[in-house]
Design a protein around this ligand. Sequence first.
Ligand code: UDP
Length: 353
Amino acid sequence: MKVVTIIGARPQFIKAATVSRVIATREDISEVIVHTGQHYDANMSDVFFEELAIPRPDHHLGIGGCSHGQMTGRQLEAIEKVLLAEMPDMVLVYGDTNSTLAGALSAVKLHIPVAHIEAGLRSYNRRMPEEINRILTDHASDWLFAPTETAVANLRREGLPEERIALVGDVMYDATLFYRERARPPEWWDNIQVEPGQFILATVHRAENTDDPVRLSAILAGLAASEHPVIMPMHPRTRTKIDEFGLTLPDGIHAVPPVGYLDMNWLEAHSWMIATDSGGVQKEAYFHGKRCVTLREETEWVELVESGWNVLVGADFDNIFSGLRGSGSKISSPFYGDGDAAARIVKGLMGEV
Ligand code: UDP
């Protein structure tokens, strides 16, 4: 069987690395990788291919850095050409970016079966571009590989046929387990005066936070008010917006360029607490046994809020400040499977379960 994998953004490289590794062990599947170019900086793209040993993309479309409509439209057109040339048996798409939607739409219109990995997530906030991408991708897909029970329930509620849905666990948990051993401190670690176990690791990149100067400055102020120093690997969009709005980074926030996945794992494992608006980082906090303060009003990963590991604080100074001091009981459970999600997905695709 021949599969075409469509990826383009940082979290997709990490998710796809787990499945590509399983595919590489089998002689009966060949994989063609298409990189849409949605993320193109070396530290948002190349570093992941190198560190995670993802095979080099067979096709690089170079379509990023434009508006949502333009990006999705241009990717749709370019992916269609690749699919017509490759004629795969199936297309794999991951997560909820414009590349996910463009990949799913191009394939389904050519009658090529689509598998959506990380299906069924919902924030129920339709102003998030990711929410629209997920809903449309799920409804265009033939296989829906859901990471959690909640995701399965969401798909059922939308009337998606039972035979398309499989609960497999979360490929990001597979990735954490596999790469945890190789985690290492970033090369700048010795240059900053921060003790392991004593810092807050923060990431901010959701458009609702970066594109609103009131929210962005409240988040920065709330983080800086903590008694713990903050290390913030800065997404390019956040850096651009801070400059555009003329905001100054408060003392106590150490901004660094985006880090590779192995560095990020080390920082997560050695943090005191994590503050983020990232979907993936919320879960990685849990995988590393850290509390998480989520800089959003809602989350797709509701089990972490219900179990006490995660608190939703939005972009409110007081909530962020108190969230970062928070304690309380936490319940652990295998919410994200057993670390074999990628193997289950590949078996599912091959009709072996
Ligand atoms: N990540 C990373 N370096 C960074 C920030 C994040 O390797 O500087 C990783 C993080 O560990 C997680 C993934 O990127 O695996 C999350 O991606 P992102 O926050 O961009 O997207 P989301 O999960 O919100 O879709």
